[in-house]
Design a binder for this molecule. Structure first.
Ligand code: RP5
Length: 172
């Protein structure tokens, strides 16, 4: 955990129905020792609160915002319009179009107002990208990310070892 334990990542979701998609994001932030705050706020149903959240986030000590929404997912862009903090957009798989609508709504931002968009339901990557953003000015967090990447290497090596054993079994 970071020294002060003050939340550094603001995670905003369009509805509490998005929470199951966000759980791996929260877990990954915790695994990386990053404190966060999670809130429900809708670009369409609570537009004033969305603007307020974005406008006050930097002064409240957040260094990065993760915004998740499904359907006509304007929340990440609306937040990005009112802050210079980096906003990471997480399209949620929902509704008749299975998240493609959310992906396009989040990624297709006009020049000057970027949203760094991860994959549909890409909750883990939203957390890792937030950590990578904050690690540029946090050597301890950077070291935790290096360890995290090393764990990915070990995981693939273990999978390969298991595959080799199965292939060897087939060869008799
Ligand atoms: C979006 O609409 C939310 O992000 C959610 O993915 C979707 C459905 O919201 P609810 O009707 O479940 O509140 O704004």
């Amino acid at each position: 955990m970071d020294a002060t334990n003050a939340p550094r990542v603001l995670v905003v979701m369009g509805s509490d129905s998005d929470f199951p998609t966000l759980e791996p994001c929260f877990r990954t932030l915790s695994d990386l020792g990053l404190a966060y705050e999670g809130v429900v706020c809708s670009a369409h149903r609570t537009p004033d609160r969305a603007a307020e959240l974005a406008k006050t986030a930097e002064a409240r000590g957040f260094g990065c915002i993760i915004a998740a929404a499904g359907l006509a997912a304007h929340l990440p862009g609306v937040l990005a319009a009112s802050t210079v903090l980096p906003v990471i957009g997480l399209p949620v798989k929902a509704g008749a179009l299975d998240g493609l609508d959310a992906l396009l709504a989040i990624v297709q931002m006009p020049p000057g107002v970027p949203v760094a968009t991860v994959a549909i339901d890409g909750a883990v990557n939203a957390a890792v990208l937030a950590a990578q953003v904050l690690a540029t000015e946090d050597p301890a967090l950077r070291r935790r990310l290096v360890d995290y990447k090393a764990s990915l290497v070990r995981s693939v090596e273990e999978r390969d070892a298991r595959l080799q054993a199965r292939i060897a079994g087939l060869k008799g």
